[in-house]
Design a binder for this molecule. Structure first.
Ligand code: GRF
Length: 194
């Protein structure tokens, strides 16, 4: 678990691969009064990730790592995180699976947001599967990351009711809006439980 932080903010690194709308919401949150996090380092596996624009614009240190050899990427990332004394990692649309060893090094300090009501619909294409199965509800979940995909302890969830004949694109959009609210709330909860 994350150690007591006292009056200090958690030095946070956000990992992204794509659009980075959650990164944007987390940056906004980090700048609000009394926020428990300070985003000091943004990491991507994809140098074309649109989200990198937001961190660069806010002058947050931003670095891309090639995952052609993921073990080497992880060694480099771990070294850089240690150097910067990062004590919270927020995965936000990060499309690479971190190794057991990596997770062990940051046990209880890596969280993720997933666009379903876990434990239902782990993995990809959640909205398509939710609609195919004619579910009444879906939503999003913030959870601790452990070595099994989308399976760590749940911190917070938000339920979203499906609309009649809603397609996956529209549902994704509505859930993403909720993600932007849920992720900061879940971080507050995590930190207040320390
Ligand atoms: C979000 O739906 C998140 O739940 C999932 O990937 C998507 C990332 O979106 N893990 P964005 O890059 O934050 O806009």
């Amino acid at each position: 678990m994350i150690k007591s932080i006292g009056p200090k903010k958690l030095k946070t690194s956000v990992f992204i691969s794509g659009n980075g709308s959650n990164l944007k919401s987390l940056i906004r949150f980090s700048k609000t009064k009394g926020s428990p996090i300070n985003i000091i380092f943004v990491i991507s596996n994809n140098k074309k990730a649109k989200g990198l624009f937001f961190s660069k614009k806010k002058n947050i240190e931003t670095k891309t790592y090639s995952f052609k050899k993921s073990n080497i990427a992880e060694i480099r990332i771990l070294k850089d995180l240690r150097k910067r004394r990062v004590n919270l990692i927020c995965l936000a649309g990060f499309m690479k699976i971190l190794s057991k060893n990596f997770i062990k090094r940051f046990k209880g300090k890596i969280i993720n947001i997933h666009p379903s009501l876990l434990p239902k619909y782990k993995g990809l294409n959640t909205h398509e599967r939710v609609i195919y199965n004619k579910e009444k509800y879906s939503g999003c979940t913030v959870h601790l990351v452990n070595s099994k995909l989308d399976s760590g302890k749940i911190i917070m969830q938000k339920k979203v009711k499906l609309r009649k004949n809603e397609n996956s694109k529209k549902l994704a959009k509505r859930i993403l809006k909720e993600e932007h609210i849920l992720y900061p709330k879940a971080i507050r909860k995590l930190v207040s439980n320390l």
